[in-house]
Design a protein around this ligand. Structure first.
Ligand SMILES: *Cc1c(COP(=O)(O)O)cnc(C)c1O
Length: 362
């Protein structure tokens, strides 16, 4: 068996230990004679798997008791609509910060339901630096303030938590590519959402963490399946949930706990990112376009001095089991996604390959 160091932005690498455990349990889950995939979501066994996953996530993120944790489907992209449908609560507009491609998609979708106030945009600096709190032009009557702590495509990350203008304006964050990468004060947020396929587990699952008092006031015409309260009242089993993805997410939560929780993950992730940026900055051949105070710990885009060498770089990297380094189709260049499950050895191997490639072709 060969395990590549897979630098994919998502679906992304999973811990080998988790995959091995899933393999062991796949055909017969703990003497039940069936796979988790084959279980009724209402069975005692599956309910225990689901409840354990939620309990572990609550423990890892220290989620306060007045927050609901939902295990939904539809990806983070569905949340771009569910957030306004559920959180406008009779108000006319919402504040959004634009730091890149995903922010823009969230803004476009919300614009179908309300007046979007773009409180700040990094467009003026080519999406290379996160706007500071002082640059945010916030509205006092905004239904919520939405931002994307980590822009997965651009590799742009907030080093601070933006504060809404009014205490009646909850903060909403798309944490798809940075959830579980470090500790986070959940109480500062009204709602957090994350597609699972980056730092949680396989695709098909979307985790939503929402303060209970925000539920139950949807826009007229909101489909039942888009109402958070319906899912909250039914423990995310109003319909059939993504049972296997939920189970695998639970295995990942358990794995993160065994690594020492989010404090330990933060330490490892910061170290991995720091050494990769240092290697890029220390070379004449590679460069990263993001301002140092806005660099992502999770997604590291970089370019080669000569883009004619891109294909060769990717080919030689893949020969060394360093895979999926090609940058997003809209940006080109390279992107190394170094989520929780990317071992530090993978980052070390990438750095030494990059140095060697530069020596030969730089
Ligand atoms: C990947 C990603 C999305 C889209 O997620 P889907 O699950 O494919 O809908 C949205 N926002 C961010 C920040 C992402 O990284």
């Amino acid at each position: 068996m060969t395990r590549a160091f897979n630098f994919s932005a998502g679906p992304a690498i999973l811990p080998a230990e988790v995959l091995q455990q899933a393999q062991q349990e796949m055909v017969d889950w703990r003497g039940t004679g069936m796979s988790v995939m084959e279980m009724s979501h209402r069975s005692k066994e599956y309910m225990s798997i689901a409840a354990q996953a939620e309990a572990d996530l609550r423990e890892l993120m220290a989620i306060p008791a007045n927050y609901k944790v939902l295990f939904l489907q539809g990806g983070a992209s569905s949340q771009f609509a569910m957030v306004p449908m559920n959180l406008l609560r009779g108000k006319q507009g919402a504040d959004y910060i634009n730091t890149g491609i995903w922010s823009q998609k969230a803004i476009d979708e919300a614009s179908r339901y309300c007046t979007v106030n773009v409180a700040a945009s990094a467009e003026s600096n080519g999406f290379s630096r996160v706007p500071g709190q002082e640059a945010l032009q916030l509205k006092g009557d905004a239904a919520y303030l939405h931002y994307i702590p980590n822009e997965t495509i651009g590799g742009l990350e907030f080093s601070y938590i933006p504060q809404p203008l009014s205490s009646d304006t909850p903060l909403v964050a798309d944490l798809s590519s940075t959830i579980l990468s470090r500790p986070l004060d959940v109480s500062q947020f009204g709602l957090i959402y994350a597609g699972a396929q980056k730092n949680i587990g396989p695709a098909g699952l979307t985790v939503v963490i929402v303060r209970e008092e925000l539920l139950g006031n949807t826009l007229p015409g909101t489909p039942t399946m888009f109402d958070y309260k319906v899912h909250a009242d039914n423990d995310s089993m109003y319909n059939t949930p993504a049972t296997y993805s939920w189970y695998l997410a639970g295995l990942v939560f358990d794995w993160v706990k065994k690594q020492g929780g989010l404090v330990a993950m933060a330490e490892i992730n910061q170290r991995k990112a720091a050494k990769l940026y240092a290697a890029i900055d220390g070379s004449e051949f590679y460069s990263n376009p993001i301002h140092v105070d806005s660099r992502s710990w999770m997604n590291v885009p970089f370019t080669l001095a000569d883009s004619n060498l891109d294909a060769l770089f990717l080919k030689e990297a893949a020969e060394q089991q360093l895979t999926t380094l090609k940058g997003h189709r809209l940006l080109g260049g390279m992107r190394a996604s170094i989520y929780n499950a990317m071992p530090e050895a993978g980052v070390d191997a990438l750095i030494s390959f990059m140095a060697d490639f530069e020596k030969r072709y730089g």
